[in-house]
Design a protein around this ligand. Structure first.
Ligand code: ADP
Ligand code: MG
Length: 257
C-alpha cells in the first residue's frame, strides 16, 4: 500500500556562476500509508529541497513524486508542511494564523475557531491566541506552524526540522505530543531532523542522508515497539541503531574533509 513514491528524484540548482549544482541525487523511497519516516543528515544534504518537492512547491530536475498514483505537480489539500523558517503571516494573530490553514482548505467539518483553539492548546499556546508572531519566541512561532499544519488533519504531514528552534525539554514534550496525535490519526509523515535520537524515537524508518551530492546512505527500519517513550533511548536496541547512524555520519564527515 504505497502512499508516497519518491522515484529517483534529482534536484539541481543553478549556481550564480551558471553551473549546475546537484542538491539531491537519485533519491528513491516508497512510503506506505500511515508510516512515519524520519530523515537525518548534515545541513546542505538536500532535506529541505526534498520536502519542497514532495509538497509540490519545487519541480524536480528529474524523477518524480507520486502520491496515491498521481504525479505531484503542485501543493494539494492532502499535504501540510511545517517549514523550518516558521512561515507565519506577520500581520495575523496566532489564532488567525492557525485559522488560515483551515480557511485555505475551506474547512467546514466543525467550527474553525474552536478547532484552531484546540490545536493552539495542544501545542501549549493557550492564552497567546491574540498575540502576533513578532511577540513570540522562535520556539513559540514554530509551535504555531505546527498547530496550523495539524489542524487541517492532512493525510500527509511534512515537517522540516519543526523542533529546531525549541529548547531540549520543550522539544521532548512536543515530540511525544506529535506521536500521540499521529498514533490516533495515522497520517503518513515525513519528518526532517538533525537529531539522531529524535529520528529514532519518532520514526518507523530512518533515512540517513549524505551531502555533495545529497543522497541516501542508509534506510533503517526501527523495530522499537509503540507507543514510544523517551526511556527507550536507554535500551540496547536503541543504542545499536544510534551507533549505526553515527558511524554513517562520521564516515561521511571524514570523506568530505
Ligand atoms: P538541507 O535542508 O539538508 O540543509 P537544502 O535542501 O536546503 O539542504 O539545500 C541543499 C543544497 O542546495 C545546499 O548546498 C544549498 O546551498 C543548495 N540550495 C538550496 N536551495 C537553493 C537555491 N534556491 N538555489 C541554489 N542552491 C540552493
Ligand atoms: Mg533544511
Amino acid at each position: 500500500m504505497t502512499h508516497i513514491a519518491i522515484e529517483h528524484l534529482t534536484i539541481s540548482y543553478e549556481t550564480p556562476q551558471g553551473n549546475e549544482f546537484v542538491a539531491v541525487q537519485d533519491f528513491h523511497l516508497e512510503i506506505d500509508r500511515g508510516r512515519f519516516v524520519t530523515i537525518v543528515g548534515p545541513s546542505g544534504c538536500g532535506k529541505s529541497s526534498l520536502l519542497l518537492a514532495v509538497d509540490g512547491l519545487l519541480r524536480p530536475t528529474s524523477g518524480r513524486v507520486v502520491i496515491d498514483g498521481t504525479v505531484v505537480t503542485k501543493p494539494g489539500r492532502d499535504r501540510a508542511m511545517v517549514f523550518q523558517s516558521f512561515a507565519l503571516l506577520p500581520w495575523r494573530t496566532v489564532l488567525d494564523n492557525v485559522r488560515f490553514g483551515l480557511e485555505l482548505q475551506r474547512w467546514n467539518a466543525d467550527d474553525p475557531v474552536e478547532r484552531a483553539c484546540r490545536f493552539i492548546e495542544i501545542v501549549g499556546l493557550s492564552g497567546f491566541e491574540s498575540h502576533y508572531p513578532h511577540q513570540l519566541s522562535g520556539g513559540m512561532q514554530q509551535r504555531v506552524g505546527i498547530a496550523r499544519a495539524l489542524a487541517v488533519d492532512p493525510a500527509i504531514l511534512l515537517m522540516d526540522e519543526p523542533f529546531g528552534a525549541l529548547d531540549a525539554q520543550t522539544r521532548e514534550i512536543m515530540g511525544s505530543e506529535l506521536l500521540r496525535i499521529w498514533e490516533s490519526n495515522k497520517q503518513t509523515a515525513l519528518f526532517v531532523t538533525h537529531s539522531i535520537d529524535e529520528a529514532l524515537l519518532l520514526g518507523d524508518t530512518v533515512v540517513v542522508m549524505a551531502r555533495n551530492p545529497g543522497r541516501i546512505l542508509d534506510v533503517i527500519p526501527v523495530d522499537l515497539p509503540r507507543p514510544r517513550s523517551v526511556e527507550m533511548t536507554d535500551t540496547a536496541a536503541f543504542a545499536e541503531h544510534r551507533r549505526r547512524i553515527r558511524q554513517h555520519l562520521r564516515a561521511e564527515r571524514t570523506a568530505g574533509e
